[in-house]
Design a protein around this ligand. Structure first.
Ligand code: NAG
Length: 138
């Protein structure tokens, strides 16, 4: 939008200056000072016009920068939210994994205890059997 605006203003200025340059020499009643006075007046008017264009564009550029900053701020806030959510999810995941490891360990410990008990039972039985065998042999 700003670019189109600049284009039309440039077109306006070039057309305006062409008209000024074309009209000036054919003015029959102007003295040399009148001519310079009017030229100066036109130059000053032109200066105001150019100043206005520059200021309008400053405002447009400033608006665009602010718009860009707003987008960056919003995206930054979204990223912070996402990072916080991911951090929470990671903590939850770590907790779940830790619980699973603890469950596996305690299950393995229970199995090991059972196995130890069985082995003890087996030893006891064989001891008894040995005794019996010993007793029978004696
Ligand atoms: C966090 O976990 C929830 C629930 O499992 C899920 O819906 C969400 O997509 C996760 N967020 C991220 C950023 O991974």
């Amino acid at each position: 939008m700003a670019r189109t605006h600049v284009y039309f203003c440039a077109l306006f200025i070039s057309t305006f200056s062409s008209v000024v340059l074309a009209l000036e020499p054919v003015c029959p009643v102007c003295s040399k000072y009148d001519y310079e006075e009017k030229l100066l007046e036109r130059v000053i008017r032109m200066e105001f016009t150019v100043e206005k264009i520059v200021n309008d564009n400053k405002a447009a550029v400033s608006d665009q920068i602010n718009e860009g900053l707003d987008i960056v701020r919003r995206e930054n806030a979204q990223l912070r939210e996402l990072i916080s959510e991911m951090s929470t999810n990671l903590t939850d995941y770590e907790r779940q994994q830790s619980n699973k490891v603890e469950e596996s360990l305690s299950s393995a410990r229970a199995s090991l205890d059972d196995a130890i008990q069985l082995t003890k039972g087996y030893k006891d039985v064989s001891h008894i059997r040995n005794c019996n065998v010993h007793t029978v042999n004696t």
